[in-house]
Design a protein around this ligand. Structure first.
Ligand code: SF4
Ligand code: SF4
Length: 184
């Protein structure tokens, strides 16, 4: 059976103190030019903070969806209890989706989705930038092998196109691409 490499970032909530260095590192690494602009609104990791309750939850941008989650006010705890959270700490606080409910994980100018890409780069990094700059060691990087084939990933361009098609319709997107091609 073929093996695939799986990369994950584990989070130790007890160690996160909400400094947001992870947001800054991610935004700087993904800026164009690289390290040229630091705008945490463009980060693919965002730290939910509730200082009164002393809660800090780093969340990675995960996927794009055009639909709101119907169960977003409910959270299943340990597979049993369902709890509701008030607006200040809704289940959305733990979610990495770019969805219509909020502005998180969207590029502030274009509204296009921002998804964690594990800092894939050439040459590869030893560890992702957010992990490197989390001096509290709240983010722990792990690589492991699992059985199974590598699935072709939807890359950023595919996700951006999907988002544009949802927003403007396929015909407008095709027209726009055709115009851009003619200009070249
Ligand atoms: S850098 Fe580490 S401690 Fe600081 S907010 Fe991010 S995860 Fe938390
Ligand atoms: S792994 Fe890289 S892309 Fe993902 S949140 Fe961390 S710094 Fe951002």
């Amino acid at each position: 059976m073929a093996k695939k490499k799986v990369k994950i970032i584990k989070i130790d909530l007890d160690k996160c103190h909400g400094c947001r260095a992870c947001e800054v590192a991610c935004a700087a690494f993904h800026s164009k030019p690289k390290y040229g602009i630091v705008n945490p609104a463009r980060s693919r990791i965002r730290v939910y903070r509730n200082e009164l309750q002393n809660v800090f939850v780093p969340v990675q941008g995960s996927f794009y969806t055009k639909a709101e989650c119907p169960g977003r006010h409910m959270y299943r705890v340990n597979g049993n209890d369902q709890s509701t959270y008030d607006e200040d700490m809704s289940v959305c606080s733990f979610c990495g989706a770019a969805c219509p409910s909020r502005d998180l994980f969207k590029e502030p100018d274009s509204g296009l989705p921002l998804k964690c890409d594990m800092c894939e780069s050439d040459p590869p990094l030893d560890k992702p930038m957010c992990v490197k700059w989390c001096l509290a060691d709240a983010l722990i990087y792990e690589e492991r092998e699992e059985e199974g084939e590598d699935q072709p990933k939807l890359d950023e361009v595919d996700t951006a196109l999907e988002c544009l098609v949802d927003k403007y319709g396929i015909e407008k997107v095709i027209d726009g691409l055709a115009r851009m091609t003619q200009k070249e």
